[in-house]
Every structure is written in structure tokens, then in C-alpha cells.
Design a protein around this ligand. Structure first.
Ligand SMILES: NC(=O)c1ccc[n+]([C@@H]2O[C@H](COP(=O)([O-])OP(=O)(O)OC[C@H]3O[C@@H](n4cnc5c(N)ncnc54)[C@H](O)[C@@H]3O)[C@@H](O)[C@H]2O)c1
Length: 454
């Protein structure tokens, strides 16, 4: 990377102005009431793209929410979901005909093709089957990450996507997050001179860790996906995307340090509601998180009647993993994971995923020969080494970085115009960062440096 612009030109071109917060009108609310960033531009399409959602859980509803906000772009005409209440609520929201409602993804493909595309938001180990079938039948695809927990299956999907020529967008939503979009522009503009190295931190936040990777869906790497892919494939991907060069080598360390049986405090019980003697002193108390503070209750499919919700949550804590002691699960996901990455040309990056933080989001430091950047996912400060001048960029986004609906808009536009080159997160590019994840996991387990070969 060479400096081919004056700094003033670069700043002007990149619209770097201090205090450039987005107005609140750029945010909508998702169905759980959380803010969600709207796409940047209004698409002009001849007709809405029609899609079938496979898996009407959290992500299926995030993408479905886009169709409710922009019915002129996306129309959800089918759903496959085995949990009856989710299937029913999704069908009602999107007015899906009875004949297009299915219990499981396999049933969708027993019917002749009846939509432009499918949205695959099933659990990690149920991406490969529906994606291969969808491609064979000529559907375009929005595919949740990880592409698959198996490297071979990832490569099979890529091969079939190329053979069929269908559009497959992988949900690497950080590529659409305003913070990373702008950071990449800065890095690639040359204003920082030669980029020499990057430090990137993914602070998971301790309750989020306990919710998803100790108690929740991704607590066991063998049943789902190793955490480096389940959580951090976004980060490997965003590093690769911003650097703009392939990774050649990767090395990783880390393990499960804290959430194990031998750290269970004296007096603790199998469930927090079993009369645990230390419940009031435990930061991971399920009663405190889910029942008293009513956090992350979207996993419970709460009854519509608000008066019944508290009792319902209590029942869920007595029967589901969310009520179990964090020290007595069958979890195996590392709670600290550090990787060193070598990119072509010698640029190095260190990436750490950390469970034990009070905050979440991302933290990034980019070190260039003429300047550096320090950022926290909402804002960053760029410093020019020559003048010492600091320039700040800020933008309000939602709790997921702001990329969710921008990704859908990009995918819908690519399908509408039948042009995969419009996509920011294509399967070809996404596979690279997945291979980085698989190699990192091999390195962590084998304590050796792994070459990344595509
Ligand atoms: N891109 C991101 O930032 C991001 C964030 C979170 C999760 N994810 C990924 O999205 C996917 C879904 O995660 P989620 O949080 O929505 O999980 P979820 O459990 O809320 O939703 C998955 C849904 O799939 C349904 N399902 C299970 N078996 C099925 C089958 N045979 N046919 C159809 N549906 C079936 C489940 O009942 C559930 O409702 C996962 O692969 C996850 O790793 C991506």
C-alpha cells in the first residue's frame, strides 16, 4: 500500500468529520425491540425477491424483519421450522400460505421450486444439507455463517455454487458494519502508509459467553462448531477483507479455563433454582440474568400474555440448559483464544477472543508506516505521524454492528440484477476466512503453526 493521495484529499474523500453521528431515524426496532440500522440507500427493484426461510429462530427473524420493513424488496413466501410456536408466529407475520409451511427443511425441497431464494438460518450443522439441495434446485441462497462446521463441506458448497452459478451470500455481517467499511477504506486509501500490523480484540462479554457458549446452543464444539468459527469467523473474515491479501500462516493458543466442574463453588447446585447457596454472589446466576433482569429472554418464545411471562421464564429455567449452573454443563468451548496471523507480504495481525470482559463489540488498532488508528467499533481515531493531527470518525449503530439489514439489501439487489459481483460477502471470499478458522483450530489443538492453503 503506497500513499497516493494527500492526507487532506483522503480525509475529504472518506468523509472523515468529527462527530458524524447518524441521526436516530436511521435506526428501526427489530421484533424484540432492539435497534437495527437501516440500509444506506433505497433499492429500486422491478419486483420483490421471494424467499423461503429455513429456521425461524433468532436470525431467521432478523432477516424476516427486513421483509416486513421493505415488502417492495423482499417477500417471505415459505417457512420451515419444527418449533410449532415459531412456525405459527413467522407464518402469521409474513402471511405465508398453509401449503408453504413446513416442519423441516427437507420438506421444502420435496416441492418444485416456488421462490427465488432460500434463507438458511438453521443451526450450524444444518447448513450443508439445505444449501446443497437449494443450489441443485436453482435457488439463490442467503447462508448463515459458519458455512459448515466441516472444511470439506465448505469446499463442496463452494464447488456446487460455482457449478450452478447461483448467488450465495454468506452472512458475514461485519463487512456491512459502517465501522469496518470505513476502516477498510482508510487502510486501502494509503493514508496510513504501509500497513505493518493489526491488533484486534473480540471481547465477548462474560454474560454473553455464559449465555451462548456455556449454557446455550454453541456450548459444545463437537455438537455445533468450534468457537473460532462459531463466534470469530466474523473477525478472521474482517481482518482478511480489510487487509486485502491472503493469509499464509496462522497459530493459535487457548482453552477452557474457568467454566469447568472443578471451579464450581461449594454450595452450588445443578440448577440455579435448586437452592444454590451462592446464587446471590454468582455473576452468572440464571435467576438474576433471565428472571429478575429479564435479559436475553428472546430464546424462550415467551407467551403473548405479559402477565404469564415471568412464571414461564421460571419454568424454562427449571427445564432448559439456560437454568443450569455454568460450572456443571457439558461445555468445551475455550473462554480465551489468541491467534497470530501472517498475511502475504509480511503484514501480521494478532487476534484475541476473550470471554472475561465487562464490555462487548470489537477493539482494533491498525499500525501503518505514516499513521495509526485506534477504534472500538463505534468510533475510531486516526493519527497522522507527520503532523500529530488526530481525526475522529463516529457513527451510531445497533448492537450487532449495523450490518444485518445492509447485508440483506445487498443480497436482494444482487439477486434482482442477477449479478453476484454486486455482493460484498460472496462464498468465494468467505471460504478463505473459514479455512483460516479450521487451521487455527488445528494449530490450537496441535500447538503448531499451520499453513493456510486454499
Ligand atoms: N451472522 C451472525 O452474526 C450470526 C449471529 C448469530 C447466529 N448466527 C448463525 O445463524 C444460525 C441460526 O442461529 P440462531 O441464533 O438464529 O439460532 P436459533 O436456534 O434461534 O434458530 C435456529 C432455528 O432453526 C430451527 N431448526 C432446527 N432444525 C431445523 C430443521 N430441520 N429445519 C428447519 N429449521 C430447523 C430451530 O428450531 C430454530 O428455531 C446459526 O448457524 C448461527 O451460528 C449468525
Amino acid at each position: 500500500m503506497t500513499r497516493n493521495w494527500s492526507r487532506r484529499d483522503a480525509l475529504r474523500a472518506l468523509s472523515l468529520t468529527a462527530g458524524s453521528f447518524l441521526p436516530l431515524s436511521s435506526l428501526a426496532a427489530d421484533e424484540n425491540g432492539y435497534p437495527i440500522l437501516l440500509p444506506e440507500k433505497e433499492l429500486q427493484l422491478d419486483r420483490p425477491i421471494t424467499a423461503i426461510t429455513l429456521g425461524a429462530g433468532n436470525r431467521g427473524n432478523t432477516y424476516g424483519g427486513y421483509a416486513l420493513q421493505y415488502p417492495q424488496h423482499l417477500d417471505i413466501v415459505g417457512v420451515a421450522e419444527p418449533i410449532a410456536v415459531r412456525n405459527e408466529r413467522y407464518a402469521q407475520k409474513h402471511q405465508i400460505k398453509a401449503e408453504n409451511r413446513f416442519n423441516t427443511w427437507e420438506d421444502v425441497f420435496k416441492k418444485p421450486k416456488f421462490a427465488d431464494a432460500v434463507i438458511i438460518s438453521t443451526p450450524d450443522n444444518l447448513h450443508y444439507g439445505p444449501c446443497m439441495k437449494a443450489l441443485e434446485m436453482g435457488y439463490d441462497v442467503l447462508l448463515e455463517k459458519p458455512i459448515s462446521p466441516s472444511e470439506q463441506e465448505c469446499r463442496d458448497i463452494l464447488k456446487l455454487a460455482k457449478k450452478t452459478g447461483r448467488i450465495v451470500a454468506v452472512c458475514h455481517v461485519l463487512r456491512y458494519a459502517p465501522y469496518f467499511v470505513k476502516l477498510r477504506e482508510i487502510m486501502q486509501s494509503g493514508v496510513l502508509g504501509e500497513i505493518v500490523s493489526i491488533q484486534h480484540l473480540e471481547p465477548i462479554e462474560h454474560i454473553h459467553m455464559s449465555h451462548s457458549y456455556v449454557r446455550g446452543n454453541w456450548h459444545n464444539s463437537k455438537a455445533t462448531t468450534p468457537i473460532i468459527l462459531a463466534k470469530s469467523c466474523h473477525d478472521l473474515d474482517i481482518l482478511r477483507w480489510m487487509v486485502g491479501k491472503p493469509c499464509t500462516h496462522i497459530q493459535a493458543f487457548g482453552d477452557l479455563k474457568w467454566f469447568t466442574a472443578n471451579n464450581a463453588p461449594a454450595g452450588s447446585t445443578a440448577r440455579c433454582s435448586d437452592g444454590c447457596a451462592v446464587e446471590s454472589k454468582c455473576p452468572y446466576s440464571a435467576l438474576e440474568i433471565y428472571y429478575r433482569k429479564r435479559q436475553r429472554n428472546y430464546v424462550f418464545d415467551l407467551p403473548e400474555d405479559k402477565d404469564k411471562q415471568a412464571e414461564y421464564v421460571l419454568q424454562q429455567l427449571k427445564t432448559t440448559n439456560y437454568g443450569r449452573c455454568v460450572y456443571r454443563m457439558e461445555n468445551d468451548q475455550p473462554d480465551h483464544y489468541t491467534t497470530n496471523i501472517l498475511f502475504e507480504g509480511g503484514l501480521t495481525a494478532s487476534f484475541s477472543m476473550e470471554a472475561f470482559t465487562s464490555y462487548e463489540g470489537r477493539r482494533t488498532r491498525v499500525m501503518g508506516s505514516l499513521g495509526d488508528v485506534v477504534g472500538d467499533m463505534n468510533s475510531f481515531v486516526m493519527t497522522d505521524f507527520l503532523t500529530g493531527q488526530k481525526t475522529e470518525w463516529k457513527q451510531s449503530t445497533d448492537g450487532h454492528g449495523g450490518g444485518d439489514w445492509r447485508l440483506v439489501a445487498n443480497w436482494v439487489e444482487a439477486i434482482s440484477k442477477k449479478d453476484a459481483s454486486l455482493l460484498t460477502s460472496t462464498i468465494d471470499q468467505s471460504i478463505e476466512s473459514h479455512v483460516m478458522g479450521f487451521k487455527a483450530e488445528e494449530s490450537r489443538k496441535g500447538k503448531m503453526v499451520r499453513e493456510v492453503v486454499l
